[in-house]
Design a protein around this ligand. Structure first.
Ligand SMILES: O=C(CO)[C@@H](O)[C@H](O)COP(=O)(O)O
Ligand SMILES: [Co+2]
Length: 243
């Protein structure tokens, strides 16, 4: 299953309602909240997310790149927000926060920056509905995909299968029609794309192209998942998630 979530970070904030209409064929909309403290960039906060919820019918996927999500994240669990993602590096108690988000009726999601190991997340995996593996340093759109994050995706998918739990696995940063199949083959199923969608004259066409790239990777056998698994095992990184 390939789900495409365009990131409005690359949209025109002055014409956001128009730009949201352009991605109506997507599976969700990814909304990056940045506070200029946790990341060196500033976007917007809850009032903007509330307005977005009024004008789009897409499921809203909020990515909080903010300090102290334990205090602020629950406020984002409003009607029409499908998932709230907070960062492992910023939270004091990821499990309590995830439980609070679920209790408020939204899906709970935890994100890890490129330099963060997933060991703690693996230990408490059943507490989360989604894990976001950052494939760039958070803060800005238009950066290059970090393929070296794929062992984290593999480990998370493997553990979810072992536990028999449904887990959405999101990758965010540098996703294009070329990089999406790599992440899909590693076990990701939710793909955030900002510049690859909004950097083109027809965002709707780019959404279709990204979806096809994900499906095509498996249909045509262009990606051999088992070979990728063997390759990762061969480099000795499968058990060690250090980056
Ligand atoms: O969270 C972030 C950046 O921190 C993202 O959601 C970006 O918006 C992705 O942009 P592209 O790499 O797809 O241009
Ligand atoms: Co994001």
């Amino acid at each position: 299953m390939v789900r495409i979530h365009p990131s409005i970070l690359s949209a025109d904030f002055v014409n956001l309602e128009r730009d949201l209409e352009k991605i109506a064929s997507a599976d969700g909309v990814h909304v990056d909240v940045m506070d200029a403290h946790f990341v060196p960039n500033l976007t917007f906060g809850l009032p903007m997310v509330q307005r977005i919820a009024e004008v789009t019918s897409l499921p809203i996927d909020v990515h909080l790149m903010i300090d102290d999500p334990d205090t602020w994240a629950p406020q984002y669990a409003i009607d029409r927000v499908d998932s709230v993602t907070f960062h492992a590096e910023a939270t004091r108690d990821a499990v309590s926060l995830a439980r609070e988000l679920r209790a408020r009726g939204t899906r709970a999601s935890i994100a890890v920056k490129p330099g963060t190991l997933v060991d703690d997340v693996l230990e408490h995996l059943a507490e989360f509905d989604m894990v976001l593996v950052m494939t760039v340093e958070p803060g800005f759109g238009g950066q290059s995909f970090m393929g070296e994050m794929m062992p984290k995706v593999e480990a998370l998918r493997g553990r979810a299968e072992e536990l028999g739990i449904e887990l959405a696995l999101q990758v965010d940063g540098g996703i294009t029609a070329d990089t999406l199949p790599i992440a899909a083959a590693s076990g990701a199923d939710v793909f955030v794309a900002g510049s690859a969608v909004y950097g083109h004259s027809s965002p709707a066409e780019r959404i279709t192209a990204l979806r096809d790239a994900g499906k095509g990777a498996f249909d045509t056998g262009r990606i051999d998942l088992r070979a990728i698994h063997r390759g990762i095992a061969g480099t000795g990184t499968a058990g060690s998630l250090e980056t």
